[in-house]
Design a protein around this ligand. Structure first.
Ligand code: ATP
Ligand code: MG
Length: 730
């Protein structure tokens, strides 16, 4: 018997071995929350208090769920197949597949990811002739999801004004459309399974009896409905005793407020369950002292905290390295050079993470990494299953599984083009409304030209279905790629990325093959066909089958997706006002505090070494923006950092240090009075639209690369691209 408790500290041991009661572990980053949770699972099983089937564990991402299973199997030689460990969405999907009849869903219901959902809403507005300027689809999507996350159906929404009343009607129309098409969006997965448990007593009792222990990681990020779902499962009523809820979380890492997550759930949990055990862990085992001090200092600026401090006995370690680049391109080039030198020194690539606040930042970084031949892997972002060509292929597969899936139908009915005109499609939409049927089913009701145009498509799908009925899943995919004409379409494309898209299509076959090989729990496989499972997997587990999986690669991801993970070396990029903290958030205190928690998450991912970088100008969404450095950078105590470049950018609260360093940089730059600076000269005063009046102090580069340095006084020193910056002599 392995000693599971070896190496744990006193509080951790106490948490792992708590008696079967509710518990809340409230602790900062890297203090071993996830380790405690997985060890408790192993310990409960090892000591015979529960069977693997008798517990349910929820975490936030698929990556985290996989990691959890890996950690458990490393501790205990048990078969984790069939165990209920996963994300909320994954577990709800499983519940609904198993009880689809009771949930009023067809067996082969499909899952809409958020892009599909948006497309479905747009289509709905179009069919209903709704002015999409008055009711923007994205806003409506947000409204619908927000309502569902609070557990509301249209009838539950209080609408006092005409605008809201209309939105509620559209919400109801949207629900009807989803039901008609047998599709379920992410929020619906949760709400539907919540309602299933709530209204179906035998099913509820069955699971309440079964799950004796429910464990939740990253509890601070659960939303209201998830919390109610947990309460229902753990509840126990009448003759069924309740399960023990074991929740671990960190209020300082709550970063999904925008999705309705509520730190308040921690307090509610403690109160409503009269939690007898609240344990705090304060020793951090992940990061060196300097990194931890920086994180503590940053988060101390937040006012809304439950309050805790972390310490480490690892020593202070290295200083936090700060790099200020001229442009985002320079930042990326520096980063790649630094990474190459780390790798030369023997570090494996997978121990290095590059983090950014927004997905859009990854393109430049990817480009530089790619050009330098450094292999990397992107988590999140445009993930494999979200790529256009992959979604097209999946749409065909979805139609085979469920012809009533109108979103899939609309996506590929004329892709690759088969000469089906907009008029014919409109006629079809209208007829579908009249007959109250799916697009697919309505084709046979059409007459004339529209019918002639669309009928062959239906015939093709029918043939695909019968041709593939007896084939193994990877061959089904292969067959569909050919018969749909997708392969041919991308083959014939002159476009440079045709090849890449073809590779992605082939990758889909590999994904199907992997999926079959890894087919989980026999229990899950019973009576639902593989194709539907695979499609559900594609919607839920996007990103897990990237082409370079398994290879030693640099890890690229947004700060959001880095939650719970750790790396020896972390590069945190784009520390600029407007980017991090994000523009959208700085106007309200809550928003800013959420950004700061995100910053805290980012900093605490690093074990040994943390780099933070920023650029003075950045091209984002097609526009060059000049940046001030992030206030979060200024919140790191000066003594913990080491600047790799002279400090130049304006700090929001200019410190003498920053200004002084800027001056040093100016003094060493050769003042080239003779250079042609578009009619300007060193020493001249100029006006800049954003930074105000300043004095030109230096210049370098030539042609399109020519840059000048300007002292904007309280707004700091700036290097600006001469050709881009609009400067007026004053
Ligand atoms: P986060 O808040 O970021 O999710 P966490 O609290 O879940 O962090 P873990 O990921 O469980 O923290 O642990 C952080 C690191 O510290 C891991 O590498 C873990 O193995 C290690 N660790 C945890 N407890 C101990 C311990 N008692 N002795 C040595 N290492 C430990
Ligand atoms: Mg964790």
């Amino acid at each position: 018997m392995t000693d599971l408790l070896a190496g744990l500290n006193r509080e951790q041991t106490q948490a792992v071995t708590l008696p079967p009661q509710h518990a809340l572990i409230l602790a900062g980053a890297g203090s071993g929350k996830t380790r405690v949770l997985t060890t408790r699972i192993a310990w409960l099983i090892q000591t015979g208090q529960v069977t693997p089937q008798g517990l349910l564990a929820v975490t936030f991402t698929n990556k985290a769920a996989k990691e959890m299973i890996a950690r458990i199997t490393a501790m205990l030689p048990i078969n984790t197949r069939g165990m209920w460990i996963g994300t909320f969405h994954g577990l709800c999907n499983r519940l609904l597949r198993t009880h689809h009849r009771e949930a009023n869903l067809p067996q082969l219901f499909q899952i809409l990811d958020s892009a599909d959902q948006l497309a479905a809403i747009k289509r709905l507005l179009k069919t209903l002739n709704v002015d999409d300027e008055k009711y923007p689809p994205r806003e409506l999507q947000h409204f619908i999801n927000g309502q569902k996350e609070q557990g509301h159906r249209p009838a539950d929404v209080e609408a006092w004004d005409e605008f809201t009343r209309r939105r509620v009607e559209l919400f109801a129309e949207y629900e009807a459309q989803c039901q008609r098409e047998s599709v379920v969006d992410f929020a619906e997965l949760l709400l539907r399974s919540y309602e299933l448990l709530k209204h179906n007593e035998p099913i509820r009792k069955h699971y309440q009896r079964r799950f004796r222990h429910i464990l939740v990681d990253e509890f601070q990020d659960t939303n209201k409905l998830q919390y109610r779902w947990l309460k229902l499962l753990a509840g126990g009523d009448g003759e069924v005793p309740g399960a023990c809820l074991f929740c671990v979380g960190d209020d300082d890492q709550s970063i999904y407020r925008f999705r309705g997550a509520e730190v308040g759930n921690m307090l509610a949990f403690e109160r409503e369950f009269q939690v007898p055990n609240v344990i705090r862990l304060e020793q951090n085992y992940r990061s060196c002292g300097n990194i931890l001090d920086a994180a503590n200092a940053i988060i101390a600026n937040n006012t809304q905290r439950l309050g805790k401090q972390l310490w480490t006995d690892q020593g202070e370690g290295e200083p936090i390295r700060v790099y200020e680049a001229f442009t985002d391109g320079d930042e990326a080039r520096w980063l790649v050079e630094e990474i190459q030198s780390l790798v030369r020194d023997g570090l494996s690539r997978s121990d290095i993470a590059v983090l950014y606040r927004s997905n859009a930042q990854s393109r430049v970084l990817e480009h530089q990494l790619f050009s330098a031949g450094v292999s990397y892997r992107v988590y999140g972002g445009l993930r494999f299953f979200e790529r256009q060509e992959v979604k097209h292929a999946l749409a065909y597969l979805r139609l085979i599984a469920n012809p009533d899936d109108d979103t899939a139908f609309a996506r590929v009915v004329n892709f690759p083009t088969r000469g089906i005109g907009a008029r014919s499609l409109e006629a079809l939409q209208d007829a579908a409304r009249t007959f109250n049927g799916s697009l697919y089913a309505t084709v046979s009701h059409l007459t004339g030209k529209p019918r002639k145009a669309i009928e062959p498509f239906v015939a093709m799908i029918e043939k695909m279905r019968s041709d593939t009925a007896a084939l193994p899943l990877p061959e089904v995919v292969d067959h569909v790629l050919d018969q749909s004409g997708l392969r041919e379409h991308y083959l014939s494309q002159k476009a440079k990325d045709g090849q890449e898209r073809l590779e992605n299509l082939d990758e889909l076959i590999s994904a199907a093959a992997n999926f079959v090989a890894e087919m989980p729990a026999p229990e899950a496989a019973v009576d639902h066909p593989l194709l539907a499972d695979f499609l559900a997997h594609a919607s839920l587990e996007a990103g897990d089958h990237q082409a370079d999986a398994g290879e030693d690669a640099i890890q690229l991801m947004t700060v959001h997706s880095a939650k719970g993970l750790e790396f020896d070396v972390v590069f945190l990029t784009g520390l600029e006002e407007g980017l991090f903290p994000h523009d959208n958030s700085v106007r309200e205190l809550d928003g800013l505090e959420e950004e700061r928690r995100l910053m805290y998450v980012a900093v605490t991912r690093a074990r040994q070494r943390l780099y933070v970088s920023l650029a003075q100008s950045r091209m984002l969404h097609g526009q060059t923006r000049y940046c001030m450095r992030s206030r979060f950078l200024d919140e790191i105590p000066v003594g913990l950092t080491k600047w790799l470049t002279p400090q130049q950018s304006a700090s929001r609260q200019p410190s003498p240090g920053a200004f002084g360093a800027g001056m040093r940089r100016a003094a060493t730059a050769p003042a080239q009075a003779s250079r042609d600076l578009n009619g300007l000269r060193i020493g001249q005063a100029v006006q800049h639209a954003r930074f105000g009046v300043g004095t030109i102090v230096a210049a370098e580069g030539s042609g399109a690369d020519a840059r000048i340095q300007i002292n904007f006084g309280p707004n700091g020193m700036k290097w600006l691209l001469l050709g881009v910056a609009k400067l007026e002599p004053v």
